[in-house]
Design a protein around this ligand. Structure first.
Ligand code: PLP
Length: 230
């Protein structure tokens, strides 16, 4: 994307290429959202018409996200963004399964929203393995396989790296988890991830074979704020 204006002290053009970090808002998304800032701004929990209009739009959006991700609408939880989605997914799974085990696997190239959540869980007594990545920033499925123990309840690997854009082999990692799980109580595979830019959704949670996904909108031409986890 080319942006006119500041940045180099001249009136030159800036070529914006950091779509792994964040994307510009798609004009179609902007247009579709205008009514919710101007007419249908109600609190969706209110019982009056303006609130119910917002409620209807929210429910419809949830259905549409679920259809794209191949899950049930009630499994989609809208959040304030990626950090909250990562927190909810990781802490939610880890604490829900703590009677089963207390071991979490992630990589040392994850977003701080994941790393800090894992560090917090460590302070609560959880055991976290931070896998190294290869020279491309990729998590190797074999290293996940080797790290799983009978106490592992969660493997959390990002889909696309927010700094370098490396796409992890999440389906292969999921296969490694399932193969290894044969001898253990089945661990869960959670994949806090970024959406692909340009709105070109080429995967669903079923494709990724993930049990739980966390996402933020800013890397997929959505506004700065929304995220979801399921
Ligand atoms: C995996 C991951 N989690 C969380 C975030 C932060 O998202 P937010 O700023 O919406 O909280 C990012 C941002 O790039 C991310 O890539």
């Amino acid at each position: 994307m080319a942006t006119k204006g500041s940045g180099n002290g001249k009136s030159g053009e800036i070529i914006y290429m950091d779509h792994a970090g964040t994307t510009p808002l798609d004009p179609t998304v902007f247009k579709a959202m205008i009514p919710y800032f101007t007419e249908m701004f109600g609190n969706p929990s209110s019982i009056h018409t303006v609130g119910q209009g917002a409620r209807y739009a929210l429910d419809e959006a949830r259905e549409r996200v679920a259809a794209v991700l191949n899950c049930r609408a009630r499994e989609v939880v809208f959040t304030s963004g990626g950090t909250e989605s990562d927190n909810a997914a990781i802490e939610g799974v880890a604490t829900a399964l703590q009677e089963t085990g207390n071991h979490i696997i992630t990589s040392n190239a994850e977003h701080h929203a994941v790393l800090h959540t894992c560090q917090h869980l460590e302070s609560l007594g959880f055991d976290v393995t931070y896998l190294p990545v290869d020279s491309y920033g990729t998590v190797q499925p074999e290293s996940v396989y080797q790290a799983i123990t009978d106490k592992t309840t969660l493997v959390s690997v990002m889909y696309a790296n927010n700094e370098i854009g490396t796409v992890n082999p999440v389906p292969e990692i999921a296969s490694a988890v399932k193969q290894r799980a044969v001898s253990f109580p089945e661990p869960l595979l959670s994949t806090p991830m970024q959406c692909r830019q340009g709105g070109s959704w080429t995967w669903t949670s079923a494709d990724l074979r993930s049990t739980c996904s966390a996402c933020q909108g800013t890397s997929s031409t959505a506004p700065r704020v929304p995220g979801y986890c399921l």
